[in-house]
Design a protein around this ligand. Structure first.
Ligand code: URA
Length: 319
């Protein structure tokens, strides 16, 4: 595939993930769409040809994977709170969060890829052991994180939900499927980034009204349990840019107190690493408006630009 077609393909994927209305169509893409049947086929019949004039289409979520027979009954559902509601789980003055390690990530020992792989594996084993006493019917395993140990780009969410607890992998439910699309739209693949969470254990509570367990934002105590592991993960991976997903993730990582509307779209910093907060994909699924999708896409584009700038000045090399 030529570069223009690749860009077009990525743009179409973006359209599918994020909606088209706010996304300006790059000139190369329009050109590639005009001249390419390959792109038309790749994107599905008729869609690419109509793309330049495309209007907002309703997002049709993929079906949730069928539960295995031994799985718990289908009474649970991810209900990660909208940014305004999530504020209730943010650290208050009484919060005893572990301190952010001193110094910049650049002060940490530079590790080879093999060392990163080895240290992450050792850290995951340590977390498994250390957090074992906190396992319960709700949180049945530690969801450590996964991806490229030398990733330049890291995504951080708040904590595993039902599907993540079941599989032991971060972001594999509906929100994870949308995150996968966002990653591809940015020109990466899931394997080329690292995906982690503030919390390594699922947080969910019984909802009396709904008569079911509901995933919820982590409490400060739960965040405090997960953060030491996350700090160490970041120190090993040493990503160039971090994207936080949702309000709890940016609040617990960076210690800010503003709401999501004020935080997103602006650069923050964690130990010298550029951090871009954006809406959680679960929130986006619930509030799938062109406006929200446009905001997330603009945040992600800022990240891609920043990584490209780092490549140009030589500071963006992968570890
Ligand atoms: N939401 C998160 O914040 N993290 C996950 O891993 C899954 C859903």
């Amino acid at each position: 595939m030529s570069r223009a077609k690749t860009i077009a393909h990525q743009w179409l994927t973006t359209d599918e993930a994020m909606g088209a209305v706010e996304v300006p169509i790059p000139r190369q893409v329009t050109a590639a769409l005009r001249g390419s049947t390959a792109v038309t086929k790749a994107a599905g019949s008729g869609r690419a040809a109509a793309a330049p004039a495309m209007q907002f289409r309703q997002f049709i979520p993929r079906p949730v994977p069928v539960r295995p027979a031994h799985a718990p009954p289908a009474v649970e559902q991810s209900t990660i709170a909208a940014p305004s509601k999530a504020a209730s789980a943010a650290p208050g003055p009484e919060a005893a969060l572990p301190p952010v390690p001193a110094g910049s990530i650049g002060d940490e020992p530079q590790l080879t890829r093999a060392e990163k792989i080895q240290r992450l594996a050792a850290l995951a084993a340590e977390a498994d052991k250390d957090l074992a006493s906190h396992l319960s019917d709700v949180a049945t395993r530690v969801v450590f994180g996964e991806g490229d140990p030398g990733a330049r780009l890291m995504f951080i969410g708040e904590g595993p939900g039902l599907e993540e607890d079941r599989t032991g992998r971060p972001f594999v439910g509906r929100a994870g499927q949308l995150l996968d699309k966002m990653i591809v739209a940015m020109g990466f693949t899931r394997e080329k980034v690292y995906i982690g969470n503030i919390c390594k254990l699922r947080a969910a509570s019984w909802d009396d009204l709904a008569k079911r367990l509901k995933d919820r934002p982590p409490t400060t105590a739960e965040a405090a349990l997960g953060l030491p592991w996350l700090h160490q993960q970041i120190a090993i991976i040493q990503p160039r840019v971090i994207v936080t997903l949702g309000l709890p993730a940016i609040r617990y990582l960076v210690g800010v107190t503003e709401n999501m509307g004020a935080l997103r779209g602006h650069w923050h910093e964690y130990r010298g690493i550029a951090v871009m907060p954006t809406y959680h994909p679960a929130y986006l699924l619930r509030a799938y408006s062109p406006e929200n999708r446009g905001k997330v896409w603009s945040d992600l584009q800022a990240v891609v630009r920043r990584l490209k700038e780092m490549d140009k000045d030589g500071s963006g090399a992968a570890g």
